[in-house]
Ligand binder design. Structure first.
Ligand code: ADP
Length: 611
């Protein structure tokens, strides 16, 4: 029974030594190419020796010399020569083992006959041994076929010796001892030789596979390294680009902050000059105010973009009337547009009742304000139009100008941060290049989109969408609280200003004076608490959040322990996240952001002390 066994993971047939099919095919091919040279040399040697031994025939056994020569030169050697010549043809590879088998049997058969006819001459037994060794080790016949050849020769010899030459039993037994031993030794050796040849083949094949795997892994590694290098290069380029933008941004920002600062400091200095006319003074003050506003706006932009990037920007969704918002923007910017000799117009096609969006009103104001400010900034003549149209489930807003326009290749770039810093000088107007990126971020938060159509020299139209679903609204006449400028509408208050910064304190003092009958000051948290303890009749505390020794929140908490009535309004820094919530949580009644806007403060006072 043929059985496949596994030996050191090499699969082969134990008897024939054959591998499984595909491997066997490869092995035979390699065995042939490795053996063909040795086979040819060995075969030539065998042919020569087989012929040379003819000399012995004539000397040792002259009576059979003719017959033996006939066997040698007319039978065996021609077969060997034919096989040798066939080794130069293409078919040889397919049949060579069979031909070798025939050659060995023929050679062995020839010597057997000689042995039979000259049984007392031991030269021929030695000849038999040579044939066995040629078959088993010399001419590259494979183990299995060599075994067949060896035992066939033995059988042929015995048949001839028993039936034709009637060799005496003793001699026959003697000869068989030799021949059987030769076959057994030959088989053992041939088996081992072929086994190790095959094992070498198997191992080198495995080595090749491993090598291929290594090559493959190497190739993959190279590809990965290439990919990584590409990614790194990209990252490096991005880093360089961001670095370049940052430097440009810093340069621009430094200019942006320095310019209004120079305005403020310079004109404040000028104000000190004696002999200024009232009009000149007013002019200088206007410049200082404008510069301050410009600086505040740039700081607000930076805070906004930082909050957006840190994911801290929150939405406050409520119903909001877009017609009113557009009208407000119109009223607000009309004087500025007209001062430039241009016209501002609006288009609000939906009736007021239907012009309601559920959105963050403040963000919509900021978006419209940014776009309109840009339209004013980048136009010198013509018209600016603000409007919207209803499109499916959206309102599509537009702000159209007849300004300088934007070159085609920058239409996308302008929505990127700091990009203004990156444009050729002739377009550079004041601004940090943050407005549109804030606008875009707001719109993304509100579920809208922004895009622009523009022609250089003709003008630009910025479009943006906001989701619209017609909410049937109860007549929500948005209650406008109009602050009354007349201080006599309020009762006079006892006010404590808690503020460590002298300038802010002065400003607050001047702003709040009109409501106060008595104004107290404290510049630290502890002083504030102390002042409240000593003056239980204080009506209002304007509480700064950041003060030495104890911050405003903690001071408020302490005050609330003994005075629950006093109105405490926290002065928070603009837009810093969580300040407002923290203020209320600490026990403040309300909050107002710095720098204090007079109208806002008025509204708050009216809210708490209005008659
Ligand atoms: P900036 O503070 O520079 O105005 P923005 O982000 O608001 O920053 O705008 C980016 C750039 O887009 C501007 O610097 C300008 O080049 C261009 N831009 C914006 N709006 C307009 C407009 N209405 N007309 C022409 N160019 C505009």
């Amino acid at each position: 029974m043929i059985q496949n066994i596994t030996y050191a993971s090499m699969n082969f047939n134990k008897i024939t030594l054959a591998f499984s099919e595909a491997d066997e095919h490869l092995f035979l091919k390699k065995y042939f190419s490795d053996s063909i040279l040795q086979f040819r040399i060995a075969f030539i040697l065998v042919i020569i020796l087989y012929g040379a031994f003819g000399y012995l025939d004539s000397r040792v056994i002259p009576e059979y010399a003719t017959a033996f020569h006939a066997i040698r030169f007319l039978f065996v050697i021609p077969i060997l020569i034919i096989v040798f010549l066939l080794s130069f043809t293409r078919v040889f590879q397919k049949v060579w083992q069979t031909l070798l088998l025939i050659s060995v049997i023929a050679g062995g058969f020839g010597i057997s006959i000689m042995t039979m006819f000259a049984p007392e001459n031991y030269t021929y037994y030695a000849g038999m041994m040579l044939v066995f060794s040629a078959g088993y080790f010399f001419i590259k016949l494979r183990f299995f076929l060599a075994t067949i050849a060896g035992w066939s020769i033995l059988v042929l010899y015995n048949i001839g010796a028993i039936y034709y030459t009637h060799t005496p039993d003793e001699l026959l037994i003697n000869n068989n001892f030799f021949f059987i031993s030769a076959n057994l030794i030959g088989m053992f050796a041939a088996y081992n030789i072929e086994y190790y040849t095959r094992r070498n083949f198997f191992l080198s094949q495995r080595l090749d596979n491993e090598r291929l795997l290594v090559l493959d892994a190497n190739k993959n590694l190279e590809i990965t390294v290439e990919e990584r290098t590409r990614e790194l290069l990209k990252a490096k380029e991005q880093a360089e680009e961001s670095d370049r933008l940052k430097s440009a941004f810093l340069a621009n920002m430094s200019h942006e902050i320095r310019t209004p600062m120079n305005g403020i400091i310079g004109f404040a200095e000028l104000l000190k000059e004696p002999g200024l006319t009232g009009e000149e003074q007013q002019d200088y003050i206007r410049i200082i105010q404008k510069s301050g506003a410009r600086m505040l706006s740039i700081i607000n932009d930076i805070v906004d973009i930082s909050k957006i990037e840190a994911g801290l920007m929150k939405l406050e969704i409520q119903e909001s009337n877009v017609n009113e918002q557009i009208e407000y923007i119109y009223t607000f910017f009309k004087p500025e547009v007209e001062a430039k000799g241009m016209k501002l117009s609006i288009n609000t096609p939906l009736p007021a009742k239907e012009a309601i969006l559920k959105t963050d009103r403040e963000k919509v104001y900021a978006i419209l304000t940014n776009l309109v400010k840009n339209a004013i900034k980048y136009s010198n003549e013509g018209t600016i139009e603000i409007g919207y149209i209803k499109k499916d489930t959206n309102l599509e807003f537009y702000v159209k100008d007849t300004g300088i326009g934007i070159p085609n290749d920058r239409l996308d770039a302008i929505f990127e941060r700091f990009i203004q810093a990156d444009i050729p000088d002739q377009f550079t107007q004041q601004g940090a290049g943050l407005g549109l990126s804030i606008t875009k971020a707001y719109l993304e938060m509100l579920g809208g989109k922004i895009w622009v159509k523009s022609k250089k020299g003709i003008g630009s139209t910025f479009y943006f969408t906001l989701p619209y679903c017609a909410v049937p609204t109860k007549e929500t006449s948005v209650q406008q609280i109009v602050p009354s400028e007349k201080p006599d509408k309020f009762r006079k208050l006892k006010i404590l200003i808690a503020e460590d910064d002298k300038v802010s304190e002065m400003l607050m003092d001047i702003t709040i004076k009109m409501f106060g009958k008595e104004i107290l000051k404290a510049s630290t948290g502890l002083e504030t608490i102390d002042a409240c303890k000593k003056n239980p009749d204080i009506d209002l505390v304007m509480m700064d959040i950041r003060m030495p020794d104890m911050g405003g929140y903690e001071a408020t908490r302490q005050i609330r322990k003994f005075n629950k009535e006093v109105v405490i309004i926290a002065q928070t820094a603009y837009g810093l996240s969580g300040d407002c919530e923290k203020a209320i949580e600490a026990g403040c009644n309300d909050y107002i952001s710095k720098p204090i806007n007079k109208a806002e403060l008025l509204l708050l006072i009216q809210k708490y002390f209005g008659k």
